[in-house]
Ligand binder design. Sequence first.
Ligand code: ADP
Length: 320
Amino acid sequence: MSDTEIIASLPASIAARVVSGGVKDGRAIVVVDVAGLDNTARGEIENAVRDLIGAREDVDEVRVVLTAEKRARRIIAVGSGKGGVGKSTLTANLAIALRNLGHAVGLVDADIYGPSQPTILGNRGKRPELAGNKLVPVPNRWDVPVLSMGHLVEEGAAIAWRGPMAGNALGQLVDAEWGPADLLLVDLPPGTGDVQLTMLQKFKPAGAVLVSTPQDLALIDAARAGSLFEQSKVPVIGLVENMSGYVCPHCGEVSDPFGTGGVERAAEGLELPFLGRIPLALGIRQGSDSGEPPAAQGGELAAPFEAIARKVSEWLGANA
Ligand code: ADP
């Protein structure tokens, strides 16, 4: 069934709002523009489309994607100078914490060389569907739809993206069917290379969050990443210190294997806001590796992410 047939099977008032639609192997996806409608009207449209399209013989399952195309979507890039500092962990948990504050959030895993969001968000092995020629983000239990190269290529397959190819791949992840999500968090690859530059130039993030461990080397690199954003005129919302202080899982005592406070001092030196520190905690690693992000669990391990999310949310309000 094509776009035209889908539209023909709906009343004119709804058909006028259909952005795209299609059926494959019994699964229908219909994207409807609901800009300007309140939640009741949106719910009515969603139910009507599900009932009418679902009643067709060739359809077993209907997915209705509501989009408010006319609302401006803002992007926040999460970057780091080097890998392994917890950038992906922060992005996922920040996205969930912002969702819990009421933002409609989507997540783009632009770390195309080492995509880890499917693991962190617990939807490995799922594939995005297509609506027209756009990707439909993969849902998960945290209500933070995500698109990752990890959902598109076989696990473990070596990806040898070269500059322009990487840029195109990234474009498809960002320019997807995000539905009502009006805030996209983008987990950038570490460093200051081509992919990051393309991202900043093409998609003009509203702001960037930079993460580093308290160690000097990671800090210097984060500062370099900072100048990349500065050159591209993307404001840095602030710096986050990750793996700051080790919380002993047995006695709760805090020790400082990598030192602490280094990122806050660097933020002062660079005249950038400091957004907060996240402890090195076994529970954070275990939660991230098992698809149970700590920000979704509440409690002590969620608190640092919630505090950072509140600051980012305030920044968004002040820079609307
Ligand atoms: P990056 O995206 O910067 O490469 P990741 O977010 O993938 O880094 O984190 C690297 C590893 O460190 C992962 O195994 C992750 O679970 C772990 N990790 C990240 N932050 C913390 C933390 N605060 N406490 C414990 N482990 C962490």
